[in-house]
Every structure is written in structure tokens, then in C-alpha cells.
Design a protein around this ligand. Structure first.
Ligand code: ADP
Ligand code: MG
Length: 334
């Protein structure tokens, strides 16, 4: 059974729908990357799952099943028990999540005291262990420091310490390293990945960087304009992305031997913009799509299975898959 099962989640703002009924799941212990360019609805999806949406946003429909509970109908008390204890959220800019007037040690201890039956001294000792675990040197001394005295990378390590304090089953990390230098980025993602393995947690890793997906994710869900364009295990995805948007992202560059390195285009290098299809019927990618046919402009394409665990929302890719399957004399799936 999936750990997190998002079913037809739809979220709107007064003037626009931001998330159009998307479905995906996260299995225990895996890393699912949610990838897409700025504005495609990644953060709103994460905040919707956590029921931490901005006041203007409304859940329009769907279910978010976590451990037998639908988070969309859970009581405030159930949500308080789940947030920080069974699901943790890590945001791009830790200064917005850390309290500037409390020491980092006090903030980590507070998470422990809120969710665990633990003494003050116990929380203090566990806090030092956690700081050590996330690679902060001299935890005794640093626990008494305020967030502003840490570098961006070290602050993100503090956030990770808070996120893993109660050993949640799921961490939702929304662009956790986007604000950091590339080398620091890799160190922080390696840290998160190591802790995931150590504690058997799952990670929903939100990113706009396909290099991050290739290196740290098991599966990928590509979003475009509030919908899922493609969903697949990482290897088949990078070997042969099916959606024209995903193919455009990967460009002509394919993974090198054993998929160790991918040179990917930036997500904003595809001509046109994500807003170009707003309000139009049909596939939201049609205005930018090299493969567009007239039928694409009639209705948004459904997400269909091409192979086990591999789905695409593109009628052209779907037709192509049938042709390839017939040419290879194997049955098409879906
Ligand atoms: N507070 C808000 N008020 C109105 N619209 C918003 C707000 N936050 C986000 N949106 C809209 O929702 C869409 C998705 O935003 P978001 O989830 O933040 O994108 P991403 O995280 O993928 O960059 C965007 O088109 C954006 O305009
Ligand atoms: Mg975002």
C-alpha cells in the first residue's frame, strides 16, 4: 500500500485553477521527485497535502490518503499530530521556517517536546545528537546560536534536523537546495538521502532541476500547468521520456553510460511560456509543442499507462507507443 496517495487533487485561487485534479502516490522509503518549471503548481500541491494553503486558495476536490486518513478532511487535531511527527515539510528558504529569535537548539527541542513524551533534559540531549547527525560541528556550542549566525547550507541542515527529529514516514522537501551553491546543494541532498535510508523515510522531493531528479529520485512526476504530463521510474524516464515537454527538457542529450550524468536543459529554455495556454481548452502544452496535432486543442489529454508505472498525458505519445509496440510485436499496455 502507498504511504501517500494523492487522488484527483484540485486546488484553485479566486481567479484561476492552480492544480487540475492530479493523482500520484509515494511508496514507503522511496524518493519521488515532483518536477516542473516555476508556477506549474508544485508548492501549492505540497501545501495542499499539508493543509497549509495560503488563505486565498481553496481545495476544489480530491483526496489525500495518508495512513488510512484523508488529510483533506482530517480534524485540526489529527493534522497537528501528523505534521512534524509523521510528515515533515522542508522549504526552500529556511529563514522563513526558523524562528529568528529562538536558538536553533530550542527550536529542535520544541519539535521533540511537542510530539514526544520526553523530558527537558532528554530533549536537550537528543537535540545535540540531531545536530551531530546532520553534520553541524560542535553541537554543544552551536545549539545556543540563533539562525542568522548559520550559513544557508548550515541552516538547511538545521531544518533537516527538525524534520527528522521525530523520524517521520514522509518528508516533503520543496526546492530544499534551490537557494544554495551547487556544491552545498549536493551535500545537503546527500545528507537528506542518507537519513532517508537510515530511517526508512520516504521523500517527496520538489525541484525544477532534472539533474537533481536523475541523481536522487527513484521515480519522477513531471507537472505542467497544474497537471501531470508524465510519471515514471527515473531510469526509463531518462532513457526515453515520452511527453514532448519532457523530451524538450532533456533535449538531445541522453544519459551517459549507466545514467550517471545527464546534461539537462533548464526548464525555462523551451520556447513560449507556461501561461500561454491559460483558459484555452485542450492540452496546456499545445501552444509550445513541436508535435501538436489539431486534436490536441480539443480536450486536455488523460494520463494513460504506457508501461507498468509509466504514464503520460499526450495523445501523440500514446499513439506512438502503440505503433512502437506493434512494430516490436509486443502488446501495448494501457
Ligand atoms: N497566493 C497566491 N495567490 C494567487 N495565486 C497563487 C498564489 N500562490 C500561487 N499561486 C498560483 O498558483 C500557481 C502555482 O504556484 P506554485 O505552486 O507556487 O508553483 P511552483 O511551486 O511550481 O513554482 C501559479 O500559477 C501561481 O500564480
Ligand atoms: Mg514552488
Amino acid at each position: 500500500m502507498s504511504l501517500l496517495d494523492v487522488q484527483n487533487l484540485a486546488i484553485g485561487f479566486p481567479h484561476a485553477v492552480a492544480v487540475h485534479g492530479i493523482s500520484f502516490h509515494v511508496d514507503p522509503g522511496e524518493t519521488l521527485a515532483l518536477v516542473g518549471e516555476s508556477g506549474c503548481g508544485k508548492s501549492i500541491t505540497a501545501f495542499g497535502i499539508m493543509r497549509l494553503l495560503p488563505p486565498a486558495a481553496r481545495i476544489l476536490g480530491g483526496r489525500v490518503m495518508f495512513g488510512g486518513t484523508d488529510l483533506l478532511t482530517a480534524s485540526p487535531r489529527q493534522l497537528r499530530d501528523i505534521r512534524g511527527k509523521r510528515i515533515s515539510l522542508i522549504l526552500q528558504e529556511p529563514m522563513t521556517s526558523l524562528n529568528p529569535v529562538l536558538t536553533v537548539g530550542a527550536q529542535i527541542a520544541e519539535v521533540l517536546r511537542r510530539h514526544e513524551d520526553i523530558s527537558r533534559a532528554g530533549a536537550r540531549a537528543r537535540t545535540l545528537e540531531l545536530l551531530d547527525l546532520v553534520g553541524i560541528p560542535e553541537p554543544h556550542r552551536r545549539a545556543g546560536d540563533f539562525p542568522h549566525s548559520f550559513s544557508g547550507g548550515m541552516r538547511q541542515r538545521v531544518m533537516i534536523a527538525m524534520a527528522v527529529a521525530c523520524q517521520p514516514q514522509l518528508i516533503i522537501a520543496d526546492e530544499p537546495t534551490t537557494a544554495l551553491d551547487v556544491t552545498i546543494q549536493a551535500q545537503v541532498l546527500d545528507l537528506l538521502d542518507g537519513l532517508r535510508r537510515q530511517f526508512g523515510m520516504a521523500v517527496l522531493l520538489i525541484t525544477h532541476d532534472l539533474g537533481v531528479v536523475a541523481q536522487w529520485a527513484d521515480r519522477v512526476t513531471v507537472m505542467y500547468a497544474g497537471r501531470i504530463a508524465e510519471q515514471a521510474p527515473v531510469r526509463p524516464f531518462f532513457a526515453a521520456p515520452r511527453h514532448p515537454y519532457a523530451r524538450g527538457l532533456l533535449g538531445a542529450s541522453v544519459g551517459e553510460a549507466e545514467g550517471a550524468h545527464y546534461t539537462t536543459r533548464r526548464l525555462d529554455e523551451i520556447p513560449g511560456s507556461i501561461a500561454s495556454a491559460a483558459g484555452e481548452p485542450g492540452c496546456p502544452f499545445a501552444p509550445r509543442c513541436p508535435d501538436v496535432i489539431p486534436a490536441c486543442r480539443q480536450a486536455a489529454p488523460p494520463l494513460v499507462s504506457l508501461a507498468p508505472g509509466h504514464q503520460v498525458a499526450c495523445i501523440v505519445a500514446e499513439a506512438r507507443n502503440v505503433i512502437v509496440a506493434e512494430a516490436c510485436d509486443v502488446p501495448a499496455i494501457g
